[in-house]
Design a protein around this ligand. Structure first.
Ligand code: SAH
Length: 493
């Protein structure tokens, strides 16, 4: 059912698509293996597959960085093809489903570079490594410009000086190869096949070193990787979080069962090789779905959290709490968001979708009072701890659905001068936005990792009395097609 037809938004809270930004972890859903998007639905009947080689030229890019081509009157998408390029493309048709695969480039773009990562074309975690940094910046700028054109012209994107090694969080999945040797790595694009890899160029190198040690230890500790099909074995994933400033490291061993034979020896041996590990947890995930983390969690060593510093404040981060994955760019993003809020020291600021309270706590120095609202209870616990740890007296954090919370605030006739909102990829909802309109804060600062849903939500606010003042794209995820955008709006009455 397309709810947008009725209200424009999903109802708040329920049945949300779980994204990394929502739960601090990445779903591992299978994607289709070819880079090209399927066009048209397969009607379920068995159809034979027909593959032809087509000569195409690329006229532009989709929002997710794939090349757009025309073929026999159809618009097709081809992964890794760039505007201005011509190429031979394999086009496979099964029923009404059309898939594409880049075979040979016949005319190369001057912005094409050799991807520095040797797994790039199989992995799918990055989508733009075949483009120069200049081209990546341009693609993201143009994506935001095209989406936001009815609101104004975006500022030039804030790029990253060294656009690698930035991810402070990594997940690695373990399995056996054909020779029954233990392998660890990321899933190949659109599959649950593991690509064995020792290094991912956007990960913090320290995280990869720890994972490689674990992989080697598994053999000597006779620790079996989990097999999704037989549902046998022990270790499913390893999640590593690194505090960029503190250097603290969290290791989460995600296992299929809580029975961990030789646990103490394993923990001691790991710590011996990596004394920089400050906490180790066991997370038990015996479900058969695509989420990385299960509900049960046990601290095996240390305090169960790591600390990091952002914009001069210290933050405790749990395994399950969301924390921005690129701390270098996050500082730029937060500074911009708080500057856009134009605080004078008196305002009541709502930090909606606040995670572990980062934006609200950083803003608290310049605000009268901060009210943070967040769905994830671990994140709220971290936010409350973080406000104490930083001696912040004017911030309160609440657990709940942001939309529901705002409806209640509006019903009680409470006031908010500034709302800073940073929802997950799915965006906000009508409950939240209609309450913003009722509460009438003089300013709204909307931070988003998905400009498509952000644009939808901005339209609602603009229709209901707000005007967009400025639009700032920030490259939080270099080498990937993702772009973060912060937009400020002012109440016009
Ligand atoms: N502002 C934070 C977190 C942003 S990520 C930061 O910069 O770190 C988005 C956050 O929204 C996640 O912490 C997620 O748990 C939370 N969230 C998702 N759905 C929500 C909802 N319906 N109500 C409140 N919070 C929600």
């Amino acid at each position: 059912m397309n709810k947008r037809k009725n209200s424009g938004y999903r109802k708040s809270g329920k049945n949300r698509n779980k994204s990394e930004k929502q739960y601090g972890q990445q779903p591992t859903a299978r994607r289709s293996r070819t880079g090209g998007k399927s066009q048209g639905a397969n009607d379920g009947r068995e159809r034979s597959k027909k593959t032809v080689t087509a000569e195409v030229s690329c006229s532009g890019l989709t929002n997710d960085g794939k090349g757009i081509v025309q073929w026999k009157g159809k618009r097709l998408e081809v992964a890794h093809l760039m505007p201005g390029e011509t190429a031979e493309v394999l086009v496979s048709t099964t029923g009404r489903t059309v898939k594409t695969e880049l075979k040979r480039i016949t005319n190369r773009s001057k912005d094409r570079v050799k991807p520095p990562c040797s797994y790039y074309y199989d992995c799918g975690g990055c989508q733009l490594q075949h483009m120069s940094e200049r081209a990546q910046k341009r693609v993201k700028q143009e994506t935001v410009e095209a989406l936001m054109k009815s609101f104004g012209k975006p500022e030039p994107i804030m790029a990253m000086d060294h656009p690698y090694d930035y991810r402070n969080k990594s997940h690695t999945t373990f399995g056996l190869n054909k020779n029954r040797q233990i392998i660890g790595g990321l899933y190949a694009q659109n599959t649950h096949d593991i690509i064995p890899m020792d290094r991912c160029l956007i990960h913090d190198p320290k995280a990869d070193e720890v994972v490689n040690t674990i992989k080697n230890m598994m053999k000597s500790f006779k620790m079996q990787p989990y097999n999704e099909d037989t549902r046998r074995g022990f270790l499913r994933h390893v999640l590593v979080k690194v505090g960029k400033v503190s250097g603290e490291i969290m290791v989460v061993l995600v296992a299929a069962t809580s029975v961990f034979k030789g646990k103490n020896n394993f923990v001691n041996a790991l710590r011996k090789t990596h004394p920089e590990i400050t906490t180790i947890l066991l997370n038990v995930n015996n479900r058969n779905d695509s989420m990385v983390l299960g509900d049960q969690e046990k601290v095996l060593f240390g305090k169960g959290t790591i600390t990091d510093t952002l914009c001069g404040l210290k933050f405790d981060i749990s395994a399950k709490s969301f924390y921005q994955i690129n701390p270098v760019q996050t500082e730029k993003l937060y500074k911009k968001a708080i500057e856009m809020a134009q605080l004078t020291g008196k305002e009541t600021v709502v930090d909606a979708y606040c995670g572990i309270g980062t934006i609200g706590l950083i803003a608290s120095k310049k605000a009268g009072k901060v009210i943070g609202i967040e769905l994830n209870k671990d994140a709220v616990r971290d936010a409350i701890g973080n406000s104490k740890r930083n001696g912040v007296k004017n911030a309160r954090f609440y657990q709940g659905d942001a939309g529901h919370f705002m409806v209640q605030m509006a019903a009680r006739g409470e006031k908010a001068d500034v709302v800073i909102m940073d929802p997950p990829r799915s965006g906000s909802d009508e409950a939240f936005l209609s309450s913003v309109v009722k509460l009438q804060p003089k300013r709204v600062v909307y931070v988003s990792c998905n400009p498509v849903t952000q644009e939808r939500d901005l339209k609602y606010l603009v229709k209901n009395g707000y005007a967009v003042e400025s639009i700032q794209p920030v490259d939080m995820f270099p080498q990937t097609n993702h772009v973060e955008t912060v937009v400020s709006l002012e109440l016009k009455l």
